[in-house]
Design a protein around this ligand. Structure first.
Ligand code: GLA
Length: 739
């Protein structure tokens, strides 16, 4: 980390404090109230009210979640709904904050258990509560057995985002088997006109936004793969009414902080009540709780915005930057990565040559990717053997790291700590260290197997090799990769009825390794990568500084991947490389400028083979990297407005980022393919100060000749501006600075 980056960090933190209304910065200890007369809990923060009560049968029943209601408006006490039919009694139609499966419940429970005597009935009643600062803790207990569930609600006063989780404790004398455990159930006001937004994808095609009307029944978003997965991301947003305008309307949203198998169900019940339940995936899951043991669920965060999906994502971005990331958000350095240039063929001379070229265009961090360790020539061997390959680096990594430092950059390294190739010394020595079922095949993916991180010896091995690597080399950054999903997820070393704990124990040990490394190496930064965006969630983001959204670096595909990504995650963690053209994904040819402008909407990196660049490419790159440094705080930590989405085959897409103090905005405009000589649609900015004058400067591309150089925020927002773009895969970008 350079001094100038530290300085920028301080100014960023200051700017963000100045930009928030005072009422939001002060720790408001009055955000959580309990009315003893009505037994109603109310959490009020940042324009949002969340309320629930202890009802007539001592269960926790939701009352309201949405735009804040006046403190003087008292909420009526919670009361169970009457029987609707002999098929739908109060126990199933009355919504719950956190319901056990028992009694009359036919809907998704938050918790399901089996007691050793075969009893599977669980009904949780309120016992007590405790309010401390921004956290409310409620103790509930089964009506008969000594199974306790502590429910936690922590509110972020600045965004109104609530973090909810549960701790299940067995205070009986016999073990209990947990078969399903959610972090929380979120209940929306009754209604039928809700639109569910969620993210789907696959390798090289992550984060595609899906929108559908919520209908009776259940929609399941999940991963059964052992990790977060590319297929669904643990995020949802529900709009009231159809999705019309990005920045208006009521939106309820949530994100689960868990990097193991997870599940979120969105359910509309018989009374058209909508609820969202999320936590550990119950598929192939059980967790045996011995007497006096506890199981803590992940945290399920939820929030509300009356400014549409745009407002919802801006709240989430702010929350991630201030509450989820492990440290105050440093501006991400402009990074170079060797993967697409050299693949596995790394060596000292080749990497040093690339480093020289990278430094010449203003790169601040040089990252050597796969291929530097063990007997790694391709993806058939070497994973698990984390010694520096002596043929490729006869003097270790030091000469390369010294060279990188002498060029004014810091050094980063690729690792894939949780994996092993069968062709490795580690696997030959410890074949029992991988996930496996005794006597069954061990399915390989990319010629590798998954180390069972739940095992204490594997956890120690992984921590120690990383500790050793970091202790002996000046490494500022790790790209932590994870290139396959689980198969045959057995853990033969423990008793059969303990084996399914692997889904929890593995993920917790992953977090603990990351935590311990960060504690020991406080300056270390880490990127979460899983063959692209296969492990992006609020759980891993608590221990990492950035994520790799996709292996697909095609600049046009990236527009929609990045669009989807930013519904849930801040552009401040969204690493985006400029790679070569034509690219491997689509064999598409695009200009260096188009590729840069696509990547400059996130955390900029370069992953091209610089050995093939022309002097013109270097000159363009140098200019655009310098321009990026002038807007990166705004792009990474400002407020994002997705003015025109690239979704649904749109010919254009536009993003705008506004700094928190509203003194700067950055505008990126893209044209897929112009037709019939039509001009580019007029662009209307958002989020500026209407009365402030802003001067517009081109980063790349032209505005219509009659565009004023300086005009008020209200001019840019109301009158708008015309960008001159024609052709295929064209882009232009502009910055606006307050005068
Ligand atoms: C994964 C990553 C890539 C690269 C390769 C290296 O696919 O997503 O960026 O690091 O592994 O093997």
């Amino acid at each position: 980390m350079t001094r100038s980056l530290h300085r920028s960090l301080h100014s960023l933190v200051l700017a963000s404090l100045l930009a928030l209304p005072l009422s939001l910065t002060a720790q408001d200890s009055n955000t959580i109230h309990f009315d003893a007369a009505t037994k109603v809990f109310r959490i009020d923060a940042a324009g949002t009210t969340y309320a629930f009560g202890v009802n007539n049968v001592d269960e926790l029943q939701p009352l309201f979640w949405g735009r804040s209601i006046a403190a003087t408006d008292s909420l009526p006490a919670a009361h169970t709904l009457p029987e609707v039919a002999s098929f739908d009694g109060p126990g199933t139609v009355t919504q719950g904050e956190y319901k056990g499966w028992g009694g009359q419940l036919y809907l998704e429970p938050a918790l399901k258990v089996t007691f050793p005597d075969g009893n599977r009935d669980l009904v949780l009643h309120y016992v007590s509560h405790h309010i401390e600062g921004d956290t409310l803790t409620i103790v509930t207990k089964d009506i008969e057995r000594d199974l306790f569930v502590e429910l936690r609600y922590t509110v972020d006063p600045a965004t109104g985002i609530l973090g909810r989780s549960a701790i299940i404790t067995n205070k009986a004398t016999a073990p209990v088997m947990i078969e399903q455990a959610a972090a929380a159930t979120w209940n929306l006001p009754r209604g039928t006109n809700y639109t569910l937004n969620y993210l789907t994808g696959r390798w090289a095609g992550e984060d595609q936004l899906q929108q559908q009307l919520i209908r009776p029944g259940e929609t399941v978003l999940q991963s059964t793969r052992g990790s977060t997965g590319h297929q669904n991301n643990p995020w949802f947003a529900i709009e009231r009414g159809p999705s019309t305008d990005e920045d208006t309307g009521d939106v309820w949203f949530g994100a689960l902080a868990w990097s193991g198998s997870w599940r979120i169900t969105v359910e509309q019940d018989q009374l058209q009540q909508v609820r969202v339940t999320g936590g550990f995936n119950p598929f192939d899951f059980s967790y045996k709780l011995a007497p006096s043991q506890s199981l803590e669920t992940p945290v399920f965060y939820g929030g509300y915005s009356d400014h549409g999906l745009g407002g919802a994502s801006r709240l989430l971005h702010r929350f991630e930057l201030t509450k989820i990331l492990p440290q105050s958000p440093n501006p991400r350095p402009v990074l170079y990565n060797s993967w697409e240039a050299t693949t596995f063929h790394v060596d000292e001379a080749g990497q040093e040559a690339l480093a020289e070229k990278a430094a010449s265009i203003g790169i601040e961090r040089f990252v050597m990717d796969d291929g530097w360790f063990g007997q790694r020539k391709d993806d058939h061997a070497g994973l698990g053997d984390w010694y520096v390959n002596p043929q490729k680096f006869p003097h270790g990594l030091k000469p390369l790291i010294d060279k990188v430092h002498s060029l004014g950059m810091d050094f980063g390294l690729w690792v894939e700590p949780e994996m092993v190739n069968p062709d490795s010394d580690l696997y030959r020595k410890h074949p029992d260290w991988v996930l496996n079922f005794t006597g069954r095949p061990r399915t390989q993916e990319r010629n590798q197997l998954v180390l069972n991180l739940a095992r204490p010896d594997v956890r120690d091995y992984v921590f120690h090799f990383l500790d050793d690597l970091l202790a002996h080399n000046d490494i500022a950054f790790l790209k932590w990769d994870y290139n396959r999903n689980w198969t045959e997820p057995g853990w033969p070393a423990v008793a059969p009825d303990e084996q399914k704990k692997v889904y929890v124990a593995y993920t917790r040990n992953l977090y603990s390794i990351l935590h311990d490394l960060r504690a020991k190496y406080p300056k270390l930064e880490i990127e979460s990568c899983s063959g692209g965006g296969g492990r992006v969630d609020l759980g891993i983001m608590h221990y990492t500084d950035e994520v790799w959204p996709s292996d697909n670096t095609d600049p046009f595909d990236r527009l929609s991947i990045q669009d989807g990504f930013t519904y849930a995650y801040t552009p401040g963690v969204m690493m985006a490389w400029v790679t070569d053209s034509p690219g491997w994904a689509n064999n598409r040819t695009t200009s260096v400028t188009y590729r840069f402008l696509s990547s400059m909407q996130g955390s900029l990196g370069v992953g091209a083979n610089l050995n093939k660049w022309t002097p013109e490419d270097f000159a363009t790159a140098k200019d655009l990297i310098a321009a990026y440094k002038g807007i990166r705080e705004t792009v990474q930590h400002g407020s994002l407005y997705r003015l025109v989405s690239p979704r649904n085959g749109s010919e254009t897409s536009v993003t705008e980022s506004v700094s928190l103090d509203k003194k700067q905005a950055a505008l990126f405009t893209f044209l897929h393919s112009s037709t019939m000589n039509y001009p580019y649609p007029r662009v209307f900015l958002r989020g500026l100060n209407p009365n402030t004058s802003y001067r517009v400067t081109s980063i790349s591309g032209k505005l219509a000749t009659d565009t004023p150089t300086t005009a008020t925020g209200s001019y840019w927002m109301s009158h708008g501006l015309d960008v001159e773009l024609k052709g295929d895969f064209q882009a232009a970008a502009f910055r606006f600075d307050a005068q």
